[in-house]
Design a protein around this ligand. Structure first.
Ligand code: PEP
Ligand code: MN
Length: 347
């Protein structure tokens, strides 16, 4: 951070700024006196409010940030891509990793049927919500622990690792005993106690973008998890709220190349929540892969019209299989890999 003093700023004004900077633990000020102006370099662990703080001092013309307010999640700090490993699946390399499954775990039959179908189509990770963040308290809230048990059973039957949402800091240990990846939902991206709690867990975390979260806020949310000691963070673009009402959210695919430039963390795309309509999921999934996403999160239900949540955006297993064929074609054009479909069993 650089403090540019006004032309003609007095020595006393300069020294007051220096004293303020150096009053903070481990901060140093570096004065550079030019012919026109004096500039003061600020060395230390910069926090976002410091700019406003220094701009209030008499004699200060402007304060410029030269490095990002987030550090551990920035590419400046960590130039190489982070790869998150879950069993034999790696998120963040040249494989496009598809996570798929129902919005909510509803029953053993529904989950196992979906799990087998998505696995056969080439999904590498099974998703399913047990604790559901629903806008209305009267909507289905998820099966809770029973849902976690069913996910564990589906993992046993298919070998697919599982990703599921954790909504509160108190539930983190419980969910972490079942899940292979902990999902932080859009509504909780700035639940700092929850971010702190998952920062202490030895399991990867998928951090969704909030409806109204800037890239910087999102990376600062990731910073909480990284600063807690958990380096296995995956980001997920799932759409933001705009004035458009046709789609549930506006899927911001520019997030993919932007985040890849700003951060070393892997980024995946969720076109299901990003559009809210099943017929938009495949085109936007392909666009996400074309934009460079390391993976996709897709909602699939054997009978979308009977789903207890998000049926309108859920693909049937058949449509999911078609999506995967398209993903293979786009990924192939980019020199990336996608798991092949399993061979149909001959009878
Ligand atoms: C979900 O993945 O089912 C979900 C609730 O997502 P989001 O937090 O993106 O709304
Ligand atoms: Mn959902």
């Amino acid at each position: 951070m650089i403090v540019v003093m006004r032309h003609g700023a007095t020595e006393e004004e300069i020294q007051r700024v220096v004293a303020h900077i150096e009053s903070k633990p481990d901060f140093r000020a570096h004065i550079s006196r030019g012919v026109e102006r004096t500039v003061i370099g600020v060395l230390g662990q910069i926090y976002p409010e410091l700019k406003d703080e220094l701009e209030t001092f008499p004699g200060v013309a402007e304060v410029l940030r030269v490095s990002k307010p987030y550090k551990l999640s920035s590419r400046e700090f960590h130039p190489d891509d982070t790869q998150v490993r879950v069993g034999d699946v790696v998120i963040g390399n040249d494989e496009v990793v598809v996570m798929a499954g129902p919005c909510s775990v509803e029953s053993e039959k529904q989950l196992l049927e979906t799990a087998q179908a998505v696995k056969a189509a080439g999904a590498r990770i099974l998703r399913g919500g047990a604790f559901k963040p629903r806008t209305s308290p009267y909507s289905f809230q998820g099966l809770g622990v029973q849902g976690l048990r069913l996910l564990a059973k589906a993992r046993e039957e298919t070998g697919l690792p599982i990703i599921t949402e954790v909504m509160t800091a108190e539930d983190v240990d419980l969910v972490a005993t079942y899940a292979d990846i902990l999902q932080i939902g859009a509504r909780n991206v700035q639940n700092f106690k929850l971010l702190h709690a998952v920062g202490k867990v030895a399991k990867p975390v998928l951090l969704k973008r909030g409806f109204a979260t800037t890239y910087e806020e999102w990376l600062l949310a990731a910073e909480y998890i990284l600063a807690g000691g958990n380096k296995q963070v995956i980001l997920c673009e799932r759409g933001i709220r705009t004035f458009e009402t046709y789609t549930r959210n506006t899927l911001d695919l520019a997030a993919v190349p932007v985040i890849k430039r700003l951060s070393h963390l892997p980024i995946i795309v969720d076109p299901s929540h990003g559009t809210g309509k099943w017929h938009l999921v495949t085109p936007m999934a392909l666009a996400g892969v074309a934009a460079g996403a390391h993976g996709l999160l897709i909602e699939v239900h054997p009978n979308p019209d009977q789903a207890l949540s998000d049926g309108a955006q859920s693909l049937t297993p058949e449509n999911f299989r078609k999506l995967m064929d398209g993903v293979r074609a786009v990924a192939g054009a980019l020199g990336k890999r996608v798991a092949p479909p399993s061979q149909p069993v001959a009878v």
